[in-house]
Design a binder for this molecule. Structure first.
Ligand code: SAM
Length: 275
């Protein structure tokens, strides 16, 4: 009796700017699968054409991921191999694909990786900041009050912080970081990685914010921020107190927020007030 074999869902990383970064293995996988699910088929066509890859494409993006999953699973179950790519870098990293990968796993379908470029890892690897422990926060909330609240929560993080930011908000984001984390905090702003205008700005948030305020050329392109840790090991109670304080501070005056946060978390009020 023939044993029916399901296909493999290949998660394939594509370049973040330099076409030479599409690995030979990624090229082979993209050539051999029967379908490529792409975030934006128009965006991916030139990349595939450059490598002479003629595999058919279907769209899988933020707005259709739920509906797109069932037909892809049916084809995988029938034994076809399918690749998932995003516009740039590693799918699922601030990109669509999580629901599809999860559904494939839940359905007993093999999920394989053809790993490669990821802007967060590329940035961390050249920033020259501690890389043994880091936290990736992706994009901050787009609206200023929510972004500032998130930054207050992150201000005491004891690991290196990696953020993505768009060109529309990079300047205001750098200003908020300088204000909330302090101008002296060590950081790097990495722009246009692997591209012609690759730039690394640093050494501190103060310098980065000043450069962004004075040089409009630096607002163009794609950005990763790598920010050094707060350099303090805080105990769990204080960490929780600061988290609660940051949330309450959105609605209440500082003294009242600190009093409540202290009562909720058990952290001393003076460790929270004035944050
Ligand atoms: N999946 C991608 C990855 O693996 O890095 C990230 C996709 S996310 C929608 C796009 C964001 O990644 C950009 O806004 C920017 O923050 C960052 N990014 C992508 N390419 C970049 C590059 N060449 N230089 C700097 N940042 C980049």
């Amino acid at each position: 009796m023939a044993i029916h074999k399901t296909g493999t869902l290949w998660v394939v990383a594509t370049p973040i700017g330099n076409l030479e970064d599409l690995s030979p293995r990624a090229q082979r996988v993209l050539r051999e699968v029967t379908l490529i699910a792409a975030e934006d088929t128009r965006h991916s066509k030139p990349l595939l054409a450059h490598f002479g890859i003629g595999t058919p494409l279907s769209a899988l993006h933020e707005h259709n991921e739920r509906e797109a999953i069932a037909p892809l699973l049916a084809r995988l179950r029938a034994g076809e191999d399918i690749a998932l790519i995003s516009d740039a870098g590693t799918p699922l990293i601030s990109d669509p694909g999580y629901r599809l990968v999860r559904a494939a796993r839940e359905n007993g379908i093999r999920v394989g990786t053809a790993p490669g470029p990821c802007a967060a890892v590329a940035a961390l690897s050249i920033a020259g900041l501690p890389s043994d422990r880091f936290v990736f926060e992706g994009f901050l909330p787009p609206k200023a009050p929510a972004r500032r609240a998130r930054l207050r929560e992150l201000a005491h993080e004891s690991r290196t912080l990696v953020l993505y930011e768009s060109s529309h908000r990079i300047r205001e984001c750098c200003e908020d970081l300088r204000e909330i984390f302090g101008a002296q905090r060590e950081a790097r702003l990495l722009r246009e990685l692997t591209k012609l205008h690759e730039t690394v700005l640093g050494e501190t948030l103060g310098e980065i914010a000043a450069r962004m305020a004075n040089d409009a050329d630096q607002h163009r392109g794609e950005f990763v921020l790598v920010i050094a840790s707060a350099g303090e090991e805080v105990d769990d109670k204080i960490a929780e107190g600061r988290r609660v304080y940051a949330l309450l501070r959105e609605e209440l005056p500082p003294a009242q927020a600190a009093k409540l946060a202290s009562a909720i978390s058990g952290a001393p009020r003076k460790a929270l007030y004035g944050e």
